[in-house]
Design a protein around this ligand. Structure first.
Ligand code: IPE
Ligand code: MG
Length: 229
């Protein structure tokens, strides 16, 4: 396929509503969503996308009830462990976007180990945004630059300190469940992203929607502030 997005950012929204619609507890929606997430990694990779960023848990999600937070943390732990060997087998470079504070130690350790173990893979990169917020990333980046004490940053040196350092900017942002907003995901990286929204809840997302989103993207005229020739 020609003219594909290099970097796709995905906001898998609607797990809770999917469960509620079926008369199930919200966690059942998160578990179903987790299964689809695992499959979606392969769908995007097979389509030729180089970087996939998944918004798994935001710095604002801590405002949810304790029971759901505990369930989500357990689910992240289980999913990371279940997929642990997969990253090596499929040569997926894993990158974690976010801050450690508040996350269970085990999850932070698993994420850091996976980042180290997969650092040399080049073909496909998976960014897991867990305890990530765009504003929080900007603050952490500025703090890092101040601490380095180097010359005042320009755009290149500033982006070089973001969690996404060295990655291409987001070309396509996809969100499910009918919401049409960015919700503090990859704010700076999405400056020129194309947006694609689906009404289905995340657990109902399939390979069909992946192809629809990519086809939609291929039809967009990106001008980056310039005018068409
Ligand atoms: C997305 O589904 C998953 C996470 C944010 C962890 P939601 O939990 O936001 O589901 P809705 O939006 O309440 O339906
Ligand atoms: Mg939601």
């Amino acid at each position: 396929m020609k003219n594909l997005p290099r970097h796709v950012a995905l906001i898998p929204d609607g797990n809770g509503r999917w469960a509620t619609r079926l008369g199930l507890p919200r966690m059942a929606g998160h578990r179903a969503g987790g299964k689809v997430l695992s499959k979606a990694i392969g769908w995007f990779r097979d389509a030729g996308v180089e970087v996939l960023s998944l918004f798994c848990f935001s710095t604002e999600n801590w405002d949810r009830p304790r029971e759901e937070l505990d369930g989500l943390m357990r689910l992240f732990d289980v999913l990371l462990r279940k997929n642990f060997s997969r990253f090596g087998e499929e040569q997926i470079r894993l990158r974690w976007l976010g801050r450690p504070d508040g996350l269970p130690k085990r999850i932070v350790e698993t994420l850091r180990t996976l980042e180290e173990d997969t650092a040399n893979f080049r073909d496909f990169q998976l960014c897991l945004a867990i305890n990530y917020g765009g504003r929080d990333e900007i603050v952490r980046t500025v703090q890092r630059i101040v601490k380095l004490g180097t010359a005042p940053p320009n755009w290149a040196t500033l982006t070089g300190q973001l969690d996404t350092a060295d990655l291409p900017e987001v070309d396509l942002l996809i969100r499910t469940s009918g919401e049409r907003r960015i919700s503090n995901f990859l704010l700076l990286q999405s400056a020129y992203a194309e947006f694609c929204f689906f009404d289905c809840h995340w657990p109902d997302f399939s390979q069909k929607e992946v192809h629809q989103a990519l086809k939609d993207f291929q039809g967009r005229k990106r001008r980056f502030g310039a005018i068409s020739p």
